[in-house]
Design a protein around this ligand. Sequence first.
Ligand code: BMA
Length: 392
Amino acid sequence: MLRYCMMLRIVNPSRVAAAGDVGRERATLPFCRKEPYRDRARVLTRLEIHGNNSVQPMKSSVSNPVFAPEVWAPNFDRSEHLIERSAHNPVITAKDLPFPAECCFNSGAVRVGDEIVMILNCWDTEWVPHFLVARSRDGIHFDIGSRSIASPPNEYPYAGRREGIFDTRITTLEGWHYITYNVSSGLGGRIRLIRTRDFEQFEDMGFITSIDHRNCVIFPEKFDGLYARLERPNGEGSTGGDIYLSYSPDLIFWGKTELVLQKGTRYWESCKIGPGAPPVKTEAGWLTFYHGCRQHMNGIMYTAGVMLLDLKNPGRVIGKMRACLMWPEEEYEFRGNVPQVVFPTAAVRGGNADELFVYYGAADSSICMAKASVGGLVERCLADGPCLPGQP
Ligand code: BMA
């Protein structure tokens, strides 16, 4: 059965005869795969037959990227437009930074009154990491400070490491803004915590995980007097790569760890998953954006998923969107330091009670924003139903 169909734009009709040998050529075209996707993804590609009979994929252009949704649309449900990318994307790129820089990506943000404040995770042209404070009134245009508020810790083995710190998340709790971020080293990564009341003065609270942790988001409320966080011990393939919940009396010592969601409930999240944005409280539950990865022959694709956790028992998934919410579709999500990355890190109240501004890192190169409907996502998660660890 023909699984792939090719849309040919015949440059020179007299060459139609030559089209015959497209069949022969197909096997060699990079985007022709033999094995079917488990999710029966459709692959369409546009080809051009040139004067010399060579068959070339059509040149990608911004207005006509080769991977435009109508050309490559995995079997993800798109009906409801539960989330809409901002037309201003990417909202922050390296060009917006107060010094020559390589990139900015994966940055946490919170609403403080009528302002959105972000701890911008960026790297200069020497690949030295900086955390800058960025402020916005409309969630799109940010004023970016030039003072870096954090640097690689001094403890061995982190001291002075170049690529040391990244992936900020912010949670507002008890009058403080708590910022978690990754610190990586040859011995593995750990999560560090700093806090501020005004995004001027910052207090370093040290490491809050053992080795090897990669993602950590703190709930904006306590549960029976205990702080809670979602975390993702590192690991890919068979071990690690799942989302856990831990509790703490003081934000430093953590325990009572339990599994919340296992990777692999769907193909798009089969390689690993991790907490994305600090959970958002809704009447129905904690709306939680996370990243889901799948391995492919050319690396890993990072996509965004969403689930609803029980208000009283945040370790229980009471609803989870089965399909993936966002996957790399736009040029700025495909091209960059790491192609094919949509990495949610913040969900901030938007212009009205039902609107969320979801900030995400694109291709480890820029910061983007998408608008989502709280009601729509909650309804969808509940419609798709709960998801128990290990339950497909
Ligand atoms: C992960 C995260 C992110 C990054 C992603 C893709 O491990 O740590 O920082 O976006 O890799 O490079």
